[in-house]
Design a protein around this ligand. Sequence first.
Ligand code: FMN
Length: 341
Amino acid sequence: MSTAPGKQGVSTIERAARLSVAPMMDWTDRHCRVFHRHLSRETLLYTEMVTAPALVRGGAAHLLDFSPEEQPVALQLGGSEPGELAQAARMGEEAGYVEINLNVGCPSDRVQSGTFGAVLMTTPDLVASSVRAMRDAVAVPVTVKCRIGVDDQDPETVLPDFLSRIRDAGCERVAIHARKAWLQGLSPKENRDIPPLDYDLVLRMKERFPDLHVSVNGGIGSLDEAEWFLAQGLDGVMIGRAAYHQPWDILADADARIFGSERAAPEPDAVARQMMPYVARHVAEGGRAHQVTRHMLGLFAGRPGARLWRRALSEGASRPGVGAELIEEALAAMERVAAEA
Ligand SMILES: Cc1cc2nc3c(=O)[nH]c(=O)nc-3n(C[C@H](O)[C@H](O)[C@H](O)COP(=O)(O)O)c2cc1C
């Protein structure tokens, strides 16, 4: 492990990257990450994608705000201009993020128009230059999240070439969404489900690049599956939608099962109550409770009362001036019905 300034945390972050919650626009915002952190102390959390132009040219440094309790948290950047990405990476490091990740996987139209995201799979040299520029600008690890290819590319040749270039440019870790992005004709949502998953290719990439920290992403829906991938030799597993929709199932046992910690899984109602001071603070600072509680709707997913919890939280959130008591009310509504049953 390097002892250079700023590098001391590397092994800690690598460890945290055994399990991560994927970057998800509009979902993994700072409030969501605080909630996820109450479920798992160890799992690596990612921001939503923040574009380098917004930070560097748009004066949107507030997009970097986060609470210290979210750590370890990685900043995902979108962009394709190395100098601008380097500047944005520096801003991210200064704000306290422990990793800077480049988005080479997002297929949305808006992102394509700015030459960000998955379309960069077609210009690996530009990605490598971007990684090198960011690497030169910051001491924290620079990582990449990519697809296995786009459109008619052959992943068997494109992906190893891509990985060797970004590794040589100083990328320390990669998260591979194990399906292509089809840039023509599919919506971003369809691009998360329709192109077939090829986990086998990701496993072979780990064999081919033993020194690169490789995480698999895409369609993973349980800790059992995550453990299976780790047992196959992968270094990490990144979970997106399942972690958002069933946060307790994915995250509450993660510290014990994935990280070997002795911390017992917190009960969902205890987690809900732990969020109350945060909600109260957010409301006191002028925010709305709903901005936090909307991320907590799945807390009881699969458990008795899950529907009541969701309903009480969503309906109550529209009440003017409602604060942290909304959580206590939703819990009480569930308990009342359980007592009547
Ligand atoms: C609502 C939503 C927003 C997303 N936003 C991003 C993003 O900002 N950056 C990114 O790299 N991927 C984004 N993704 C893709 C996820 O990070 C992940 O790669 C994808 O959902 C597949 O993983 P999963 O099957 O575990 O959900 C998004 C996915 C969803 C559902």
